[in-house]
Design a protein. Structure first.
Length: 545
């Protein structure tokens, strides 16, 4: 059974084998009885027989699937994800209850094709479209027409036209033949206060878009950096789409041979360890460095209540923009796509692929860093900040999350540039009742509570006139910071940035060619493009203070 729940209501129930041992409402009650966050696998020992309840959440819809026998958990969970993806592919995102309720017939056909007697069968969207037509206005109009007795169902595909390739539709035709490869990498890195990376890994994804007529047989050649002194990287734990021929990859790493599905799909995903191998057999390893550096100074100022965060763009950064490159990109209208094959004579690239995100869009020949932002989490001892200033960019103090968000403008990311953010912390009072920061008492100015909190009374500052040299020297002497002030200093800085036109792992595409297949018009040479994007965000890069 696969069901979706919203406000404790069952939207859909489908049985694949025998009748369930409990009603849908019982499964819902058992599921909701667990406190949040609820696990994806719940053992219901109170039912007879005991039942395993699997669950996923997609767009606020909850999919439940009970099983009364031992089964591989990842198989069921992956199958539930496939159901959500197929429904979203058929009914367009986002997947909402009204789309399911308005297409019960199509949903029932899909669930019947995707699972056979409780076992996953056909879960590829391309293969399902050959046997279950997507809903359309024409189908609803023609369904009201009375057909002669014995006529064939016009909405059922001819079995002879069903593709023998599970992940690709039969008789695929496109007026504009195109294929694009997007390589996206996300950096996960932790840097020690000394500046040495503790861990640095890259998670990569290859997104492929194929709009090619017929059945193309493609060959993608990848180039990884050559290991030099331990500084090279290798693709770890690669995961491929079923269309990829694993025998080809195993015999020739970096060669991806495949017949793609029609449309968008994830061709592969991988990981890369960016730290060098320090094994004794390898000498002079090359360390990993962030494309920009961040330094933090705490306990600054006369009262040791200030901190400073400095962002430095290296002089040799290959990703930093400049006035020349930006103006050149703007004048030529360069795209974020780097064309990796010659265009056919007399043809032009579609305009939607020529329009990048702006003058700062980078290509493989001119990578550009964008969207640089710094998050500064503040300890709970901080009540507020005063005297905040930044040399460049905009910042905001998010009091709800208790952090500073500082964003640099894209035009400021220039080689050798240094940008600084400074602020002074106001520590929370240890008294039950906090008074105003400043108050005038009998014509004298009352300052904030003493940062040391050694005295139980506030310090009264009165202009006493002339002082002796000994007292003046004692006044100018800086007192050591208290434990509470030390605890109020930032402990780490989180980095966000995006690099367009380059991958941090150094992975590149050498070529993408159609080496075989059938049904492909010989007179048309498809457009081919590749895009590289590296990013760090959502706290994936942490620089400790």
């Amino acid at each position: 059974m696969a069901g979706a729940i919203e406000a404790l209501a069952v939207i859909l129930q489908h049985n694949w084998r025998h009748r369930p041992t409990a009603s849908a409402q019982e499964y819902i009650t058992s599921y909701l009885s667990h406190p949040t966050p609820r696990p994806p696998l719940i053992h219901l020992s109170n039912l007879s027989p005991p039942t395993l309840l699997f669950s996923i959440i997609h767009n606020n819809l909850t999919f439940l699937s009970p099983a009364t026998s031992e089964v591989e958990p990842l198989l069921i969970l992956e199958f539930l994800h496939r159901i959500a993806e197929v429904l979203e592919d058929y009914f367009t995102p986002p997947l909402i209850p009204s789309k399911i309720e308005g297409n019960y017939d199509v949903v029932a056909e899909l669930l019947g094709e995707m699972c056979d007697d409780g076992l996953p069968f056909n879960t590829e969207p391309n293969g399902l479209r050959d046997v279950v037509l997507p809903p359309s206005i024409m189908k609803k109009l023609l369904s009201t027409v009375t057909l002669p007795t014995g006529s064939l169902d016009p909405f059922r595909s001819n079995p002879s036209t069903i593709s023998t390739i599970p992940w690709r539709r039969a008789n695929v035709k496109h007026t504009s033949n195109e294929m694009y490869l997007d390589l996206l990498e996300t950096l996960h890195c932790t840097v020690a206060p000394s500046g040495r990376p503790i861990s640095a890994r890259v998670a990569g994804t290859m997104l492929f878009t194929a709009k090619i007529s017929g059945i193309p047989d493609m060959l993608l050649l990848l180039r990884t950096p050559t290991p030099r002194g331990g500084g090279g990287v290798t693709l770890e734990a690669p995961v491929f789409h079923p269309c990829v021929r694993l025998s080809k990859w195993n015999s020739q790493p970096g060669h991806l041979s495949f017949v793609p599905p029609d449309g968008k799909f994830v061709l592969a995903s991988y990981e890369v360890n960016m730290l060098p191998d320090f094994s004794p057999s390898i000498s002079a390893p090359q360390p990993f460095h962030l494309p920009l550096s961040v330094t933090t100074k705490t306990l600054q100022g006369f009262n040791s209540t200030e901190f400073e965060v400095k962002v430095i763009i290296p002089h040799s950064s290959p990703y930093a923009s400049s006035t020349t490159s930006s103006s050149s990109s703007q004048n030529t209208g360069s795209s974020a796509f780097a064309r990796i094959a010659a265009q056919s004579a007399g043809t032009s690239i579609p305009s939607q692929f020529l329009q990048g995100p702006g003058s700062s869009a980078g290509s493989s020949n001119n990578p550009v860093m964008e969207d640089v932002a710094v998050q500064i989490p503040l300890p709970p001892q901080v009540r507020t900040l005063i005297n905040t200033r930044a040399s460049k960019g905009d910042f905001i103090h998010d009091t709800e999350k208790n952090q500073i968000r500082w964003r640099l403008p894209n035009a400021a990311i220039t080689p050798g540039a240094t940008y600084t953010f400074k602020a002074e912390v106001v520590v929370k009072s240890t008294y039950e009742e906090e008074e105003a920061d400043e108050e005038v008492v009998s014509g004298a100015k009352l300052s904030n509570y003493d940062n040391n909190y050694d005295a139980g009374t506030p310090k009264l500052i009165v202009n006493s006139g002339a002082t002796t040299p000994a007292k003046e020297k004692e006044k100018e002497k800086k007192s050591p910071p208290s434990a509470q002030v030390i605890a109020s200093m930032p402990r780490s800085v989180l980095l966000d940035f995006t690099i367009r036109g380059a991958l941090l792992s150094g992975l590149k595409v050498d070529s993408l060619n159609i080496v075989g297949g059938k049904g492909i018009p010989e007179s048309i040479k498809p457009y081919k493009g590749v895009k590289y994007i590296s990013r760090a965000g959502e706290g994936s890069v942490e620089v400790r203070c």
